[in-house]
Every structure is written in structure tokens, then in C-alpha cells.
Design a protein around this ligand. Structure first.
Ligand code: UD1
Length: 415
């Protein structure tokens, strides 16, 4: 299994072109299930989760051709309506096939994702949303079965789940008439999916606000779409530069997708400025202690919580990190402690007492973003850090060692 070896203490400098968004590409790829016509997607990142999605689409009957960042999804054979466990267990987001397949074929069977390192992550909001559109749901032997002819409806979520919003939007796109989603998630990825569904021939308005209106059509056509920039990759790199020191420009990063993080970085003392076509970040010594609470967008993103905590371990003073989206999302705290960080982690919040420096250690990634947090700490630390279980990081960051080496880090992958 691969490891990262990082010799910390080098400033990061230069320019980097941000990748396409994983969390956008994923539902958009799945939305190609809504049509038999050809779809061409650009700016698709080469990541493990994306390759898993290709396999999922192929298992269901689609043909997928990849050339660089361009992916063409075409008709392969008549679609099947069962997403098997061996794929779902690798990637929870496989549940997103439920909406489009159910809407088109009146039935779908998806294995339940099961537990995962960052908490329970149930799918009740997805299922209730589809039930509100007329589906009947049952579970048998670890699979959820949904059947029924969907109708345009009013769906109100108890919580603005990103995946559930996407699932119901996709279902509604294939149902003639107007479906209204209330308390919808407002993430930029939802807006991107809305644009794609509109180019397929549905009409989506309000995506990116808490009320999304989808005017569906029985038959959808093919489309060409460019995936938005990855705000989490951007955010991780902004924090990495602030923590390790340096001056980096991220081309393609979208400031309006990163408002809460930019505000927190500025309060901590880092200089973040909008430049033409991107963002520039300049570090300014030890950060001030700044509290953050993770929230649904536009609040502080839970996916940047671990990198942020790594940054705050070096702050002058005591800060608090409250995780309000996922339970059990502080697995990185114990690893950071091995590097000399002082963190008191409880179930929902952690208190971080800043130390003047971290030192390299042997540590282990437990999920995508926790892994990214460890990389940030390693870049800022004195000495050598070896990070194991890099496959978690590879799910969400494309060749992170090359990205950071390009910016001057001493970092390599051991196979
Ligand atoms: C998406 C992102 C993930 C990000 C998360 C929150 C993708 C592929 N993944 O995940 O990177 O961390 O948004 O910004 O886009 N919940 C339920 N019942 C449900 C659904 C969710 O209780 O039916 C809970 C979850 O357990 C979690 C919270 O709601 O505690 C947020 O989940 P959700 O917004 O659905 O996140 P995902 O779509 O899984």
C-alpha cells in the first residue's frame, strides 16, 4: 500500500490550476443514467471515486470512454436497475443512482452503503424524498428496494442533505411536471447539477438556494457540460499554504464558493486576495486562533475541517472546532497528537491549544479529508512524516504529491 513521505518546513510557492470538482462530477456522471443519448463531460478529475463511478455506470449498462479530463458516456445496453454491494461499499454516493433509475424504470434496488469511518451516514432523507414523490420503499437483506411511478410533488427535507437533494433533483428531472424541493442543500455542486439537468432538457431553477424547482420531462436528451472547479481541493491548498508558509495562486478557484473559509483564513492572519481567474494566498507567520463551526453551505465546509484543525494546532492561542455535520469526524486529532499537537476532541467539538511547532511522525489517514489534514500538518512540521493509507487521500485528491511538489514541497509517494 502506498505511503507519503513528507519532509516538512518548506514554503509553498507558485501557481496551480485547480482540478474539476469530484463532488460535482460524481452526481453529474450518475445523471447520465437519465438519457440514452450521448453525454460529454469536461474537467472530470482522475480520482479513485470517479473511476468507481465509471464502474458503477458500466455495471448498470452504460459505456464510458475517457480521454484525459473528457469523459463520454453513451448507450451500452438496456440499463439494469440494481446497484450491487461490491461497488456501493466502496463509495456511498452510489445511492445516487436510486433517483434516476426509479424515475425512469419504476423500480430500483441499491445495496445499503453501511457504516463508514466518519459516522453513521444513513440514507433516510434520500428514501423519504423519493417516497414523497410516490415511491414505496422496503429493505431486504441489506438492500433498499424502491418501486412505483413517481409524480411531480412537493418534497421537504428535515435536513439539507447534499446527496438527497441531488437524488430527488435527478428523479424529478425525469418526471413530467413540477417538483419543488424545500430545505434543499445549497452547495455549488447542486447548482452545477441543476445546469446539467437543464441541458438534458429538464428545467431547473433555484439550484443553489434552499428551494429548488424542477420541471421534468419524460424524455431527456444528451448534453455537453463542463464540471466546476473543486472548492475542496482549493480550500485544502489555501490552508496548506497558510500553514506551511509561502505564496501561491490557485487558478480556477472560485472565491464565491469559499467565502466562509476565506473569512476564517483572513481572521487567522493569512492574506487571501482575488486575482484574475482565481485566488492568491500568502501566509503570515503563526496564525491567530480562530473558532470554526462546520455547517451546510455557505457555512464553513466540513470537508476542510481536518486541514483547518491541522492549521490551528500551530496557532497562538486556543481555538475550538465544532463539527455539526458528521459525528466521529475527528479521527485525525489522535494522529495530529502524535506530531505534537494539543487537541482535546469530544464527540462534536475539539479544543485545540496551539503549539509553536509540530514534529514529523509516522501517522495514518482514516478518510479522504482527515488524510488531507495530515498532509497539511506534515508540510508545516519540522522533520519527516510518513503517512500510511494514502488510498483514502487518492479518493479525493488527484496525485497530491505531484501537486505539492510542483509548489516546492518535499513529498514523495512510496509504493
Ligand atoms: C456530501 C459530500 C461530502 C460532504 C458532505 C457534507 C459528495 C459525494 N459528498 O456528502 O464530501 O462532506 O456532502 O457537505 O458530494 N444524513 C442523514 N440521512 C440521509 C442523508 C444524510 O442523516 O439520508 C446526514 C449524514 O449522516 C450527515 C449529514 O446528514 O451527518 C450530511 O450528509 P449529506 O449532506 O447527505 O452528505 P453527502 O451527500 O453524503
Amino acid at each position: 500500500m502506498d505511503e507519503f513521505v513528507i519532509d516538512g518546513g518548506r514554503r509553498l510557492r507558485g501557481t496551480y490550476q485547480v482540478n474539476g470538482s469530484k463532488n460535482s462530477a460524481l452526481p453529474i456522471l450518475i445523471a447520465t443514467l437519465l438519457t440514452d443519448e450521448d453525454c460529454v463531460l469536461d474537467n472530470v478529475p482522475a480520482l479513485r471515486d470517479i473511476r468507481t463511478t465509471f464502474r458503477l455506470l458500466e455495471t448498470l449498462g452504460k459505456k464510458v470512454e475517457v480521454s484525459g479530463k473528457r469523459v463520454k458516456v453513451t448507450y451500452g445496453k438496456a440499463l439494469v436497475t440494481h446497484a450491487p454491494y461490491d461497488i456501493v461499499k466502496q463509495m456511498r454516493a452510489s445511492i445516487l443512482v436510486a433517483g434516476p433509475l426509479l424515475a425512469r424504470f419504476g423500480k430500483v434496488r441499491v445495496s445499503l452503503p453501511g457504516g463508514c469511518a466518519i459516522g453513521l451516514r444513513p440514507v433516510d432523507i434520500h428514501v423519504k424524498g423519493l417516497e414523497a414523490m410516490g415511491a414505496a420503499a422496503s429493505t431486504k437483506e441489506g438492500d433498499v428496494y424502491l418501486t412505483g411511478a413517481l409524480e411531480p410533488s412537493k418534497v421537504r427535507f428535515r435536513f439539507p442533505s447534499v446527496g438527497a437533494t441531488e437524488n430527488v433533483m435527478m428523479a424529478a428531472a425525469a418526471v413530467e411536471g413540477e417538483t419543488v424541493i424545500e430545505n434543499a442543500a445549497r452547495e455549488p455542486e447542486i447548482e452545477d447539477l441543476g445546469h446539467f439537468l437543464t441541458s438534458l432538457g429538464a428545467r431547473v431553477t433555484g439550484a443553489g438556494t434552499s428551494r429548488v424547482v424542477v420541471r421534468g420531462a419524460e424524455r431527456l436528451k444528451g448534453a455537453h457540460h463542463r464540471v466546476i472547479a473543486d472548492r475542496i481541493e482549493s480550500g485544502t491548498l489555501l490552508v496548506a499554504v497558510a500553514a506551511a508558509g509561502g505564496d501561491v495562486t490557485l487558478k480556477g478557484a472560485v472565491p464565491s464558493h469559499l467565502t466562509a473559509l476565506i473569512k476564517a483564513l483572513r481572521r487567522a492572519g493569512a492574506k487571501v486576495s482575488e486575482v484574475k481567474g482565481g485566488l492568491r494566498v500568502r501566509a503570515a507567520g503563526r496564525p491567530k486562533a480562530v473558532n470554526v463551526v462546520t455547517e451546510p453551505h455557505p457555512g464553513f465546509p466540513t470537508d476542510v475541517q481536518a486541514p483547518w484543525m491541522a492549521y490551528m494546532t500551530l496557532a497562538k492561542g486556543v481555538s475550538r472546532v465544532k463539527e455539526a455535520i458528521f459525528e466521529r469526524r475527528f479521527l485525525h486529532a489522535a494522529e495530529l497528537a502524535r506530531m505534537g499537537a494539543r487537541i482535546e476532541a469530544h464527540s462534536e467539538s475539539a479544543v485545540v491549544t496551539g503549539v509553536p511547532e509540530l514534529s514529523g511522525a509516522a501517522i495514518m489517514a482514516s478518510d479522504i479529508r482527515a488524510g488531507a489534514g495530515l498532509v497539511v500538518a506534515a508540510l508545516a512540521a519540522k522533520g519527516r512524516t510518513v503517512i500510511q493509507r494514502v488510498y483514502h487521500i487518492d479518493r479525493g485528491y488527484e496525485r497530491l504529491e505531484l501537486v505539492l511538489r510542483g509548489l516546492g514541497a518535499r513529498m514523495r509517494r512510496l509504493r
